[in-house]
Design a protein around this ligand. Sequence first.
Ligand SMILES: Nc1ncnc2c1ncn2[C@@H]1O[C@H](COP(=O)(O)OP(=O)(O)O)[C@@H](O)[C@H]1O
Ligand SMILES: CC(=O)N[C@@H](CCC(=O)OP(=O)(O)O)C(=O)O
Length: 262
Amino acid sequence: MNKLFIIKIGGNVLDNPEQLNSFLKDFASIREPKILIHGGGKIATHIGNQLGIASNYVNGRRITDEHTLDLVTMVYGGLVNKKIVATLQQLHCNAIGITGADGNMIKAVKRPVKDIDYGFVGDIKPGDVNTPLLHVLLKQNTIPVFAPLTHADGKMLNTNADTIASVLSIALSKHFDIRLIFCFEKKGVLHHVEDENSVIRHITQNTYTSLLQQNVLKDGILPKLENAFSAIKSGVKEVLIGEANDLLKNTGQVTEGTLITL
Ligand SMILES: Nc1ncnc2c1ncn2[C@@H]1O[C@H](COP(=O)(O)OP(=O)(O)O)[C@@H](O)[C@H]1O
Ligand SMILES: CC(=O)N[C@@H](CCC(=O)OP(=O)(O)O)C(=O)O
């Protein structure tokens, strides 16, 4: 099977133009087939504050009302996605910006209301991905750049970017040897969040359970690990969580950061 890198870049790096440019330069230089998924929660929060739209997260997921949906559609599908695509084009990487609605790439269902009403948040399954269209793009070396947006019943929906990366990886895992890499601003999953030298090099299902019990994992690292384990359990070959600066090491043989296995 052919190798495919599925790479997710998070909000803290997107918010720093220098770090983002350096990351995109590295991404453009990867010679194997690749897909990029970007977040942007931090930028949406910042622009929302300027527009008087307050951000409200529960369990790492944004509560998305009508105004917030307009905000995230503009910020993720417009500003962030198109800036990345334009930069990649300048770097001679033929990127194409995609939301879940474009080419029916990712269909979703609006999250059912249980204890919490998340509003216009989309839940997805691997079967909801338009893999034939992705194959066409990859075959002609057009590089998909996904915004964290899906669609259902004529509306856009907001979907966590780590989840999109995981579901795309699962959907494509029958046809490619996938390495899914979550890139963010830390060196990996850390024993002590303030100590960059405390990287946990390897997390298995068992150590994951004990880290949860020890309360080592908080905030945004929780959905990242949930999605990492969901991918590895569903047939994705390799999953890594590491620093954006280490992208080229993490696409090679000797990796940095945190390796996820069963
Ligand atoms: N044990 C941990 N290791 C690494 N990061 C952690 C840990 N516990 C909490 N975090 C927090 O999780 C954040 C990553 O989640 P998030 O900000 O959502 O990233 P992204 O936008 O890249 O998805 C880190 O910036 C850090 O503050
Ligand atoms: C439903 C939901 O929470 N969606 C996320 C999508 C953006 C995202 O995931 O951004 P990062 O990867 O930078 O955190 C949000 O609006 O924050």
